[in-house]
Ligand binder design. Structure first.
Ligand code: 13P
Length: 253
């Protein structure tokens, strides 16, 4: 069975005491995650020790990083490598978020290098893709996303690609309150799966978890997650509110 994942992306938010309080409030709720369900917290790197401590002993809860640098070590001031994250027990790293593509000019080729680095460290890339509004309005979102996936991931072996989690995040729905309809989400998730099926075969494509991101909230999570090719969500704003994110975890199928 494919993994169903509720992933929080805190982005650059919260003080350390606010982060601690958020974990405490969230963990009051018993989420009863099944074996195929995971709750993942991509926190600012400086809060990884705190998050790890808060989640100690809790099965299927993971701490993630929001980014990494593709080199293992060296003179790259301010950067953190995939093996460094692995050394502190971080198993998942978000790669290619649209904010990193846009504000930090991260190209498909650079994201291919980062993906390789994460896999080489034995960790799991949560690879983000998604189109801006003008592409959606032109109706060319499928080929736009397909190009992102081909350029950054198609060099991977079949074994490697099954380790990658995909997060489809339409840029026009991020932080805007606008959500793709469950129909729109299913349509492009199915397309993304077909892109992997064409390259790697249906059996491999069926193993890849594809998350939806873009204004996921407690009120819409259940409907979006119920779509057959939607395997959970990558959640920004609503992951900063304990009751909201708890409900989103509980909306996993
Ligand atoms: P919002 O949930 O705030 O729209 O953010 C989505 C996102 O970018 C998660 O990575």
């Amino acid at each position: 069975m494919r993994k169903q994942i509720a992933a929080a992306n805190w982005k650059m938010n919260l003080s350390v005491s606010e982060a601690a309080t958020l974990f405490d409030q969230l963990l009051v709720t018993e989420h009863n995650l099944s074996a195929h369900q995971e709750a993942i917290f991509a926190v600012p790197a400086i809060y990884i020790p705190l998050a790890t401590q808060k989640l100690t002993g809790k099965n299927n809860y993971y701490v993630a990083a929001q980014n990494c640098y593709p080199k293992s070590n060296g003179a790259y001031t301010g950067e953190i490598s995939a093996p460094m994250f692995a050394s502190v027990g971080v198993k998942h790293i978000v790669i290619g978020h649209s904010e990193r593509r846009e504000y930090f000019g991260e190209s498909d080729g650079f994201l291919a290098e980062k993906t390789d680095a994460v896999l080489a460290a034995g960790s799991i890339p949560i690879f983000c893709c998604g189109e801006p509004l003008d592409i959606r309005e032109a109706g060319t979102q499928n080929s736009f996303v397909e190009t992102q996936l081909k350029n950054s991931l198609f060099h991977l072996s079949a074994e490697e690609i099954t380790k990658v989690v995909i997060a489809y995040e339409p840029i026009w729905a991020i932080g805007t309150g606008k959500t793709a309809s469950s129909f729109q989400a299913q349509e492009i998730h199915a397309y993304i799966r077909s892109v992997f099926a064409d390259k790697y075969g249906q059996a491999i494509a069926d193993q890849i978890s594809i998350l939806y991101g873009g204004s996921v909230k407690a009120s819409n999570a259940k409907e979006i997650f119920s779509q057959p090719d939607v395997d959970g969500g990558l959640v920004g704003g609503a992951s900063l509110i304990a009751t909201e994110f708890s409900a989103i975890i509980n909306a996993l199928k």
